[in-house]
Design a protein around this ligand. Sequence first.
Ligand code: GTP
Ligand code: MG
Length: 274
Amino acid sequence: MKEREIFSSLRVAPPIFVRVDGRGFGKALSSLGFKKPYDEDFALAMVNSTITFFKKSGFDPLFAYLFSDEVSFYFTHLPFNGRVEKIDSIITSFFASTLTILLELSEPISFDARIIVVATTQVIDYLKSRQDEAWNNHVISYGYYTLLKHGFNTKDAVDKLNHMKQSDIHELTFQNGVNLGETPLWQRRGIMVYRKPQSEDPKVPDPEHPEATMKRSGQRSNTLTRGSLENESTTREIHQRSHRRLVDDWGLPLFKTDEGRKFIECLLKEDHSP
Ligand SMILES: Nc1nc2c(ncn2[C@@H]2O[C@H](COP(=O)(O)OP(=O)(O)OP(=O)(O)O)[C@@H](O)[C@H]2O)c(=O)[nH]1
Ligand SMILES: [Mg+2]
């Protein structure tokens, strides 16, 4: 019956993004008691799952961009000869099981995956579009929970938001004590995980890419300890082998600016695939 495995020869050539997205996470995260609209512990678990993916999955993404319940992994080379079934299923199952462990869940969760075939010249556009989505989600979800607080039911809140301009939503949240221009940067712009050359002294700013880590935005640093699969010594050992250390950057520039474009170009330059 091998001949009935009709999708097994479906292949894709890099570069590609693979985007995983939590299934039904709106409901799942609320019932798990995560803060709305953003819970830093959830974001940290997503980041740590992404870092674990870089270290232990056997895949070798160049970088990963994440926000909310989604992660876009960028690959310039692929295992399994680019077999689509293998890529989608292994990435999602690895990611879901890692997140399940990190969050110590007793209920199953799942992720879907899609492949986005890009030319290198389209990487910036793809990232810009995901970052726009992160920003829109940010505005809508703060607006949504503000309306619920004011007694709207879920349907009426969605209807009302559909008829509001972004500036009106800003005003609404502002009147309720949230300035959407001053929320943590990672909520507005997402988070990037990538490798930096090991030889770089983290204390010396890179002139081309000035202090990419969270320190730039004065935000929290990822300790990799809370419920994490990793410990310090594992981290150091794996880093040495790859000669490049992993960075989780919670203070990203806007990708549509010059600074953002340069930032992405620096990431792309780190590609050492044959
Ligand atoms: N409580 C809480 N919810 C979050 C957080 N981050 C993301 N979410 C929710 O996760 C959902 C992500 O959006 P979607 O992926 O479009 O929705 P979904 O419910 O996962 O549905 P499908 O992906 O279509 O299966 C939204 O409802 C977000 O509000 C968080 O930190 N806290
Ligand atoms: Mg989802």
